[in-house]
Design a protein around this ligand. Sequence first.
Ligand code: TXD
Length: 310
Amino acid sequence: MKISVIGGGNVGATCALMIVQQKLGDVVLVDIVEGMPQGKALDVAEAAPVNRYESHILGTNKYEDIAGADIVVVTAGLPRKPGMTRMDLLQKNAEIVTHAAEHIKKLAPKSIIVMITNPLDVMTYVAWKVSGFPKQRVVGMAGVLDSTRYRHFISLEMKIAMEDIHAMVLGGHGDTMVPLPRYSTVSGIPLTQLLSTETIARLVDRTRKGGTEIVNLLKTGSAYYAPAASAVQMVEAIVRDSRRLLPASAYLEGEFGLKEVFAGVPVIIGKNGVEKIVEIELTVDEKEALRKSAADVSEGIADWKKITGN
Ligand code: TXD
C-alpha cells in the first residue's frame, strides 16, 4: 500500500508516524515548506530500528511523488488566524485543497481521499468536486474524533474501561455536531440507562467544545494526536478492508433526508472507501439537529461556489 499524506504539519506528520508504526504501508509526506517534510520523514525513519517498523517513508515538496497512491490523506491547510473570518479561512483552504485535489486526480486517480482539513465537511465536498472521484472514494474524518473524545469523557465520568464504550456522533464537524446518547453504549447497555440526563448533557457539551478546549490549552495550533489517530483508524479500515462501522463525512443523496451535502453519518469503511451509508432511525429532535448541522455545511458549500463560480 502506498499512502500519501498531504500537509506535513502537526496532524499530517503524526498521521505519517502512526501509519508506519501500525505497518499499514509506505508513506509519502508532502508539504510546501522546503526541507520540513524531508526532515520529519528522516526523523520518523530513524526511529524505525527502535520501533521496529520497516515501512518506507519519503518526505517531499513534489506532488509528483504521490503518483499511484492507494490512499491520500489531506491535512494541508491554514489554521484560522486572528482577524480572519470563517469565509477567509474557507477561501484560503479551498484553494489549497483544490490544488491538492487536482494533483490527486492526475497522479493518483484510483486512490481514496481521506479529508482532514477544516472546515471539514465543506473541504470534503471541494475535494470530491475537484477530483471528480465517485462519492465512495472521498470521505471526511471528524465523527471518529468527536466520538473518541466523547468516549474518553464517558470513561472518565464512569470509571469504566474505554474499550467497552461505543459512541456515535453525527452531523457536521463543529459546534452543531450531533452526539447520539441513545446509540452510545457501554458493553451494549445504552448510556441513557447508566447516566442521568444532566450528566449526559454535560459530557455532550464538553465533546462539542472538545476542539476549543485543546486550542485554549495549547495557545498555538489545534489538537493533533487524537485527530491523527482517528484518521489512521479510517486508513486502517481501508487498508485491511475491515468494514468498520464508523461515523464519517460522506456525500448524501437523500439519506437522512439530506441532499448534495457532506455530513457525518454512520458508514461502513472498507477497501472501496465508503462501502455503505447506514441509515439509522432518528427521533424528530435528532433529525432536526442533523438537518441544522448539514444546513451549515450547505451554506459553506454555497459560499465556495459563489467564490469560484463552480
Ligand atoms: O477533525 C478534524 N477534521 C480536524 C481538522 C482535527 C484537527 C485539525 N483539523 C484541521 O486539519 C485543521 O483545522 C487544519 O485545517 C488541518 C491541519 O491541521 P494541523 O494542525 O496539521 O495544521 P498545521 O500544523 O498548520 O499543518 C498544515 C500544513 C503546514 O505544514 C503547511 O505548510 C501545509 O499544511 N500546507 C500545504 N501542504 C501541501 N500543499 C499545500 N498547498 C499546502 N498549503 C499548506
